[in-house]
Write a protein that binds this ligand. Structure first.
Ligand SMILES: Nc1ncnc2c1ncn2[C@@H]1O[C@H](COP(=O)(O)OP(=O)(O)OP(=O)(O)O)[C@@H](O)[C@H]1O
Length: 325
C-alpha cells in the first residue's frame, strides 16, 4: 500500500506559539496525480509545503515523501522533489541555456551532460528558440517555464508548485498548465499545485484539497465534492424566455402559470425569474420537461442551459458554511 502513495501526511501539525498553522493534516497523494492545494491567505498551504520539503519541523505528525520521512531525511527528500516557488530567480545577464547549465553543473553533471540536459529541457518546456536570449529579457511566463526546466534537472518524482501562474497572461497560463498535465500524464510525475486560481486548478487537477485555518475541510475530485455539497439541488437549468412586452419585471403574468406548472413537476425544487431568464433548480436533469412546458405556455424559448457546479461554487459554499459556524 505504501508504494501507491508518493506523498503521505499523517496528523501533520505545526504550531507557532499559540497559533496552529497546520492542524492534524491527513492526506495521501498517489503517483502521477495532480493535486491542487487551495485556500485563502494564511490557511497553512506554504507551511505544509515547507514541512513536506523538510524545511520546517512539524510540531506533531509526519510528512512522508517517496517513502522518506521529510523531517528525518530532508536531503534525501530534496533529491526526489522539485520545488518551484512563486518567484523563481535567474541570473538576468545569462541566457536561458547558461542559467540551466549552471544549475545542472551544481547538480554535478559534467559540462557536456549539463549542456545536453539543458537543451533537452529547454525543448521540453518550449523555450528552445529563446535558449540563447538573456533571461532578463524573458517574459514572466517564460521565466516560469524556465523555472520548471530548472526543477526537472534532477529528474524529480514529485514537483511542488507554489502559485506558478501568478502574473502570467492567459495564453502563457494555458501553455504552462498544458506542460504540467503533459509531465504528469507522460512521465508519471506527481504534481502538487498551490493556487488561488480556481478556474486553473479546476482545469488540470485530478483532486483538490480545500484548506481553511490549517485544516483540510474537504478533498476529492470536483464531481465528488460538487455532488456532496449540492446533493439537495444538483442541477440548475437556466431558460431564456421571450415574454410579451408590458409585463411586470418580477414575474411576468404569462409566466405565473408556467411557474406553477413547473413547481408541480416531480424533482423541480424552485423556480425564479430575473431579466428574461428562468432559473430552475431540480434534483435531476429536467431540461426536456422544462422546454416542453415553456413552449406549451406560449412563451418563446430562446435558450436552455444546464449549469454544472464548479470549484468556484464549491469554494463559495464551503466558506459560507464556515462563516455560519
Ligand atoms: N515563521 C512563522 N512564524 C509565525 N507564524 C507563522 C510563520 N509562518 C507562517 N505563520 C503563520 O501561519 C499561518 C499559515 O501561514 P501559511 O504561510 O502557511 O499560509 P498560506 O496558506 O500559505 O498563505 P498564503 O496563501 O498567503 O501563502 C498564518 O497565520 C501565518 O501568519
Amino acid at each position: 500500500m505504501e508504494d501507491r502513495y508518493i506523498i503521505e501526511l499523517d496528523g501533520l501539525t505545526k504550531r507557532y506559539g499559540t497559533l496552529t498553522a497546520v492542524d492534524h493534516l491527513d492526506l495521501k497523494i498517489g503517483k502521477g496525480e495532480i493535486f491542487g492545494l487551495l485556500g485563502p491567505n494564511g490557511a497553512g498551504k506554504s507551511t505544509t509545503i515547507l514541512m513536506m520539503l523538510g524545511l520546517t519541523e512539524p510540531s506533531a505528525g509526519r510528512a512522508t515523501v517517496c517513502g522518506i520521512d521529510a523531517t528525518v531525511s530532508p536531503v534525501k527528500v530534496k533529491r526526489k522533489v522539485g520545488y518551484l516557488p512563486d518567484n523563481v530567480g535567474f541570473y538576468d545577464d545569462m541566457t536561458g541555456l547558461e542559467n540551466l547549465m549552471y544549475i545542472a553543473r551544481l547538480n554535478r553533471l559534467s559540462r557536456k551532460a549539463a549542456r545536453e540536459k539543458a537543451l533537452q529541457l529547454l525543448e521540453r518546456v518550449g523555450l528552445a528558440d529563446v535558449a540563447g536570449k538573456k533571461t532578463g529579457k524573458y517574459s514572466r511566463g517564460m521565466i516560469q517555464r524556465l523555472g520548471l526546466a530548472d526543477v526537472l534537472i534532477k529528474n524529480p518524482e514529485v514537483i511542488i508548485l507554489d502559485e506558478p501562474t501568478l502574473g502570467i497572461d492567459p495564453r502563457g497560463v494555458r501553455e504552462f498548465l498544458d506542460l504540467i498535465v503533459g509531465l504528469s500524464r507522460e512521465e508519471g510525475l506527481t504534481v502538487l499545485l498551490s493556487s488561488h486560481h480556481l478556474h486553473q486548478v479546476q482545469q488540470v487537477c485530478d483532486r483538490v484539497g480545500l484548506f481553511v485555518s490549517g485544516k483540510l475541510i474537504a478533498e476529492g475530485d470536483i464531481a465528488t465534492l460538487s455532488a456532496r455539497l449540492f446533493s439537495s439541488e444538483p442541477f440548475i437549468i437556466e431558460a431564456a424566455v421571450d415574454v410579451p412586452a408590458g409585463t411586470t419585471p418580477e414575474l411576468p403574468a404569462a409566466l405565473i402559470l408556467l411557474r406553477e406548472r413547473l413547481l408541480g413537476t416531480a424533482d423541480i425544487k424552485s423556480v425564479t425569474y430575473e431579466k428574461g431568464t428562468l432559473k430552475i433548480s431540480c434534483l435531476r436533469d429536467c431540461s426536456a420537461v422544462i422546454a416542453r412546458a415553456i413552449v406549451e405556455t406560449g412563451a418563446g424559448l430562446t435558450g436552455l442551459s444546464k449549469k454544472a457546479y464548479g470549484l468556484d461554487d464549491i469554494y463559495q459554499r464551503y466558506f459560507e458554511k464556515q462563516e455560519a459556524v
